[in-house]
Design a protein around this ligand. Structure first.
Ligand code: SF4
Ligand code: SF4
Ligand code: SF4
Length: 431
């Protein structure tokens, strides 16, 4: 008997991100609606199991029969091995994981999170905001080159693997418009393997590299780059800590390790819709004006907030740059149709598959239903952290300067292309 139903989403057994437990499903159809209208996948593909791995259905299923692929036993196995454990934490996890331990939404538990990871056995803990700064360096350079050449515009961001897969599946004619930058965790993963290991005289095979992420889709992404051994979602980490009887809320603060440890304020806001765009434009401003932004681009209100499509226009050194930030791939369809019809024009478009961006990613705490109040609390916590930072632009980060001076060379160099960029495939005809 076929397991395929038209009342719910269909998840294949080999989906690297999501699993489905049929026994508890009452076929209410909530997941199907989310996938069709918010994510724009269900009903748009001939595949039996169309999925971009975003995990939005896992957040919204009232019976918890859709879940992340639980890899906590693999985490336990790795932590009990004799390998060196290197972890990184994505920005959105710090403003949500506290909720699993009774804290209010939006409490930033960055220092407690680092302590928790050390307690379970991490030898090194890095902040993925460093990888986000690398992304900004490469992506801003790419955007400026495209603007000056007036080619491959609009440029789309590429740090959301679900959006990348969506583009590969449904709009391959825009693959040249995707930034070629890898995502922050994958850039950071490559730098752990090829720079951190070299500086510390450690063999790659002696480390286990683990990313703590808000995102089920990263479980798919790490298979592409083979730089990171395990992607663990906020929910999985909370489950593991509870099993280990560690109450994160009660821990003291610890600091990240140095070398790849710190990012700028711009790296922090990658965790929310509009943040990648705002951070990248700060660096575009720096490249074009040879000085750093002071006003609007440190508080770019037009691309902040929870509206599904946000638009703005900004003039930098005489260049008018039209931008849009879209969260929820369902809305990408409408915008791309308008672009094709000539109704709208943009130079730079940020796309995040999940509504609100990674703060409400598919691996975040399951609060049903997740309200805008909760999303706003998490989002505002990231903006507050950015505002408090002395360094808010990627190229002002001294660790970023060091890694270019000592390893990568120039932005966009051959070494940078090798480790920090990627290519895409047309999946339109995949069966
Ligand atoms: S939301 Fe959950 S219970 Fe409802 S149809 Fe989907 S899987 Fe089944
Ligand atoms: S993970 Fe995302 S794309 Fe896949 S079925 Fe769920 S909502 Fe749809
Ligand atoms: S928006 Fe963030 S959490 Fe959601 S799929 Fe994209 S990268 Fe993952």
């Amino acid at each position: 008997m076929s397991d395929i139903s038209d009342k719910r989403v269909n998840i294949s057994n080999d989906n690297p991100s999501i699993v489905f437990d049929k026994s508890r499903c009452d076929e209410c159809g909530i997941c199907k609606n989310i996938c069709e209208y918010n994510i724009g996948v269900y009903g748009y593909s001939n595949l039996d199991y169309p999925c971009i791995n975003c995990g939005s259905c896992t957040i919204m299923c009232p019976n918890k029969c859709l879940s992340e692929r639980d890899e906590t036993s693999k985490l336990r196995e790795y932590l009990h091995s004799n390998k060196i454990i290197v972890m990184q934490t994505a920005p959105a996890v710090r403003v949500s994981i506290g909720e699993e331990f009774g804290l209010k939404p939006g409490v930033n538990v960055q220092g407690k999170l680092v302590s928790a990871l050390r307690k379970i056995g991490a030898d090194y803990v890095f902040d993925t905001t460093f990888g986000a700064d690398l992304t900004v360096m490469e992506e801003a350079n790419e955007l400026v080159n495209r603007l000056l050449d007036n080619k491959k515009l609009p440029m789309f961001t590429s740090c959301c693997p679900s959006w990348v897969k969506f583009c590969e599946m449904f709009y391959p004619e825009y693959l040249d418009n995707l930034s070629t930058c890898r995502s922050p965790i994958s850039m950071q993963g490559a730098m752990i393997n090829n720079y951190f290991c070299k500086v510390n005289n450690i063999k790659r095979e002696d480390i286990i590299s683990i990313a703590i992420v808000p995102c089920t889709s990263k479980k798919m992404e790490i298979l592409k780059f083979d730089e990171i051994d395990l992607a663990i979602t906020t929910r999985e980490l909370a489950k593991y800590l509870k099993e280990e009887k560690i109450n994160l809320a009660k821990l003291k603060n610890s600091n990240y390790n140095s070398l790849l440890g710190k990012g700028s304020g711009g790296g922090i806001i990658f965790g929310t819709s509009g943040g990648v765009m705002e951070s990248t434009l700060r660096e575009v401003y720096h490249i074009l004006n040879k000085r750093y932004p002071k006003g609007r681009l440190l508080n770019f209100k037009e691309v902040r907030g929870l509206s599904n499509v946000k638009e703005a226009s900004i003039t930098i050194n005489g260049n008018i740059i039209k931008v849009a930030s879209i969260n929820g791939t369902g809305d990408v369809r409408k915008i791309i149709e308008k672009i094709k019809n000539g109704e709208v024009y943009y130079d730079f478009i940020e796309v995040m598959a999940c509504e609100g961006g990674c703060i409400s990613g598919g691996g975040q705490p399951r609060i049903y239903p997740i309200t805008n109040h909760i999303k706003n609390k998490r989002m505002n916590a990231l903006y507050k952290s950015d505002k408090k930072m002395k360094i808010r632009c990627a190229s002002l980060n001294p660790d970023i300067k060091d890694i270019y001076d000592n390893f990568l060379g120039e932005v966009g160099s051959d070494v940078a292309i090798k480790y920090l960029h990627t290519t895409y495939v047309n999946r339109k005809d995949e069966k």
